[in-house]
Design a binder for this molecule. Structure first.
Ligand SMILES: [Zn+2]
Length: 164
C-alpha cells in the first residue's frame, strides 16, 4: 500500500464519485473503524493492537498538526476544534491546559458517542491522534497520552489526557 513517507492524505483524499458524492453514513465509518480494531485484537492481542492504533493515530495527528499549525497554543487548539466540528468528528472541549498537561473532551465523538457501555475504553486511534497533534506542537518531543473517559465505558464523553 502506502509507505510512511508518501503523502497518504493527499492520495486518499482524491474522490471520484459523481453520483454518490463524498459523504457516508456514520455507521459505515464505524463499521470500518471498529471491525478493523476488533479483527486486529483477535489477530495480535489487545495490547499490541492498541499500540498499532495509537501509533497510526499519532502519525496522522502529526500530519494534521502541520496543516492546522499556529505558533500560539490557544489558537492552534481553536483550529483543531474548528476542524473537528467542520468535519463532524466531534465537539472538542478544553478541560485543562497547563504548561505540561492538556485534557480534552470530544463530545458527540464520531467513534463512540451513543455506544452501549461495553466496559472498556476503546478510542486508541483517537488518543493517538491527540498525542500526535500535541507532539507536533512541542517540536515532535514524545508525549504521554491516555484515554481517560470513553462513551464505550459508560462515561458520557470521550476524554484524552496528554502530559508533555
Ligand atoms: Zn471513546
Amino acid at each position: 500500500m502506502f509507505s510512511q513517507d508518501e503523502d497518504i492524505l493527499s492520495a486518499i483524499s482524491k474522490v471520484d464519485r459523481p453520483v454518490l458524492g463524498k459523504d457516508i453514513p456514520i455507521l459505515i465509518f464505524r463499521v470500518l473503524r471498529h471491525y478493523s480494531q476488533i479483527y486486529m485484537e483477535d489477530l495480535m492481542g489487545e495490547k499490541a493492537s492498541n499500540i498499532v492504533f495509537l501509533n497510526a493515530g499519532k502519525e496522522l495527528g502529526k500530519k494534521l498538526g502541520e496543516k492546522l499549525h499556529d505558533n500560539d497554543l490557544k489558537k492552534y487548539l481553536e483550529n483543531i476544534s474548528n476542524f473537528c466540528k467542520e468535519q463532524k468528528i466531534g465537539i472538542l472541549k478544553i478541560i485543562e491546559l497547563t504548561d505540561n498537561k492538556l485534557v480534552v473532551q470530544l463530545d458527540e465523538c464520531i467513534t463512540c458517542a451513543g455506544m452501549d457501555n461495553i466496559g472498556k475504553r476503546i478510542c486508541y486511534f483517537e488518543t493517538g491522534l491527540v498525542a500526535g497533534l500535541v507532539e507536533h506542537f512541542v517540536g515532535n518531543k514524545k508525549v504521554i497520552a491516555r484515554e481517560t473517559k470513553c462513551n464505550a465505558n459508560g462515561e458520557g464523553t470521550c476524554e484524552v489526557s496528554v502530559v508533555f
